[in-house]
Design a binder for this molecule. Structure first.
Ligand SMILES: C[S@@+](CC[C@H](N)C(=O)[O-])C[C@H]1O[C@@H](n2cnc3c(N)ncnc32)[C@H](O)[C@@H]1O
Length: 229
């Protein structure tokens, strides 16, 4: 269902359009998905694994890639994602299938690669066939120190995508830092216009933009908004 305009999850672009693009209906699917800057997390792949046959995860740091591998290989000390997996399964209407989803995701993640979004081929020296979908959540604003680097990084990662493929991204707006386990990480301050311009300049057509709820008082960063495209 297309959300009502009063809903904060509305598409900020096309309230008046009649024909909904595939991304509005959640029907973004295909053979391969590349996740850029996966970090040590899998939450962003839980719904994607129902729609793609092969997933490539990637990150800049060895520690994050090792942590991800630990979960994929069920090694001792791996983070327990079960509560998150159960929550996502509940949203998808199948809470009881959470263990199956974990196994499905483990099978579908084929590689965890080194990645640097500042390089023209972010996955160099690996060259992959162009992907049907590119996903990047909360990565570019952490990886890029200035707007020029951010704009170049959007172009760099878009080069991994097939013409007509989908680029799905979630970006914190107006954030200058975030905190993980008492360590503070700096972040590039971005407004929505700059994010949209960078995505368009990389050759993408924006089909869907969604805002997110206001940050809570206990938030672990100073962001004021979040946008997914
Ligand atoms: C805030 S975390 C986001 C992780 C995950 N995608 C998520 O949604 O929680 C930012 C990630 O960007 C990665 N990163 C930092 N610099 C990078 C770069 N130059 N290229 C690729 N990834 C980078 C970090 O290692 C970290 O895992």
């Amino acid at each position: 269902k297309h959300p009502q305009p009063s809903d904060r999850s509305e598409c900020l672009l096309c309230q008046s359009r009649n024909a909904l693009p595939r991304s509005h209906t959640g029907d973004v699917r295909g053979n391969t998905l590349i996740d850029i800057g996966s970090g040590p997390t899998i939450y962003q792949l839980l719904s994607a694994c129902e729609k793609f046959n092969e997933i490539i995860a990637s990150d800049y740091t060895d520690r994050n890639r090792q942590e991800l591998e630990k979960w994929l290989k069920k090694e001792p000390g791996a983070f327990d994602w079960a509560p998150v997996v159960k929550y996502v399964c509940e949203l998808e209407g199948q809470r009881e299938k959470w263990a199956e989803k974990e196994e499905k995701l483990r099978k579908k993640v084929k590689q965890v690669l080194k990645c640097d979004v500042r390089k023209p081929n972010p996955l160099a020296p690996v060259t992959l066939p162009l992907a049907d979908c590119l996903l990047s959540t909360l990565c570019l604003e952490a990886a890029c120190k200035d707007l020029g680097t951010f704009r170049a990084a959007v172009k760099n990662i878009s080069s991994l995508l097939k013409p007509g493929g989908h680029f799905v991204t979630v970006t914190m707006l107006k954030e200058t830092y975030y905190v993980v386990d008492q360590h503070s990480f700096s972040c590039l301050y971005l407004d929505q216009e700059s994010v949209e311009a960078a995505v368009r300049d990389a050759g993408c057509v924006i089909e869907h933009i969604k805002g997110a709820p206001e940050p809570t008082p206990e938030s672990i960063s100073d962001y004021t908004d979040l946008v997914s495209l």
